[in-house]
Design a protein around this ligand. Structure first.
Ligand SMILES: C[S@@+](CC[C@H](N)C(=O)[O-])C[C@H]1O[C@@H](n2cnc3c(N)ncnc32)[C@H](O)[C@@H]1O
Length: 267
């Protein structure tokens, strides 16, 4: 979790900023230091300073000390799997309405990037029940969650979710596995009526198959989107879009759980 105090304290995880492409997420300890290509910095000189302060390395270069955001924790986490990108996470959590106290089911913990963002939103009284069938990824996810101070709000289960999940009355679900249609029945059973699910699929073929199965399983308001994010290079008199961008991450499919009482003829 990001520190909330205005000044740097021993034990804080802080972001040291040199440039947009060069930042370090470091634990501030009295005896610690950061060694970089622009010189080193002793942490005892930082404790008690205001976040936002300018610091000087041993080689005279300026750094700033900043409070890390949840995006910094996600992007600096160890990744062994494909992770969901912040641009996609934003819409996912808004569509699902995730807020403090929510119980969220997650299928496909992977590196725990999405889990980190979800846990930060549901704390302190909510919980994430996350399923992962490969033990080595659980270790990575727990390490990332622990570093972000969010492990207490997550239960990670080592299980193939196709065999079922031990969750009831969840408020929302995120599915990030290669065959999401194969977990729809257990996910449907685990959710409260009206709860929103989000599924992440890299290919359009997967999205198509998923949507067809969602309709059969008991979901309505099905919507698939792709988010394209392009930066703007703002310079006096020559502002223009960045020539580089991430071309594609995934398609996002959203749907809401319903109970089919009887088949009605709709117009
Ligand atoms: C793309 S990764 C998830 C990444 C994660 N959303 C993140 O942001 O870090 C997909 C993960 O789902 C796991 N997985 C695939 N099928 C599964 C299943 N049926 N049950 C549980 N986990 C599964 C894989 O082992 C893999 O770690």
């Amino acid at each position: 979790m990001s520190p909330t105090s205005a000044t740097v304290a021993t034990g804080d995880l802080a972001l040291l900023y040199l440039s947009p492409r060069k930042t370090w997420l470091v634990r501030i300890q009295e005896k610690g230091s950061l060694h970089t290509h622009v010189g080193y910095l002793q942490f005892d000189s930082v404790i008690g300073k205001r976040y936002g302060s300018q610091l000087t390395t041993s080689l005279g270069r300026a750094l700033w000390i900043l409070r890390p955001t949840i995006e910094d924790f996600v992007m600096k986490g160890e990744r062994r799997t494909q992770v969901i990108y912040p641009k996609d996470m934003g819409l996912i959590v808004v569509k699902m309405g995730v807020s403090s106290g929510f119980v969220v089911l997650e299928i496909g913990t992977g590196s725990g990037a999405m889990t980190t963002v979800l846990a930060n939103l549901v704390r302190p009284d909510g919980r994430i029940y996350s399923y992962e069938m490969r033990e080595e990824f659980i270790e990575i996810a727990k390490k990332n969650l622990g570093r972000a101070g969010l492990l207490d709000f997550v239960t990670v289960n080592l299980k193939d979710a196709r065999e079922g999940v031990d969750v009831e009355d969840a408020d929302a679900a995120v599915i990030d596995v290669g065959d999401p249609w194969n977990v729809l029945n257990p996910v449907w059973r685990a959710l409260k009526g009206g709860a929103v699910i989000s599924a992440i699929t890299p290919t359009a073929n997967q999205a198509e198959k998923l949507v067809i199965e969602l309709e059969k399983t008991g979901f309505v308001n099905i919507e698939t989107v792709e988010i394209l994010l392009r930066g703007l290079e703002a310079r006096m008199g020559m502002t223009r879009p960045s020539s580089r961008m991430i071309g594609h991450t995934a398609y996002l499919t959203f749907a809401r759980k319903v109970f089919f009482e009887q088949i009605l003829a709709n117009d």
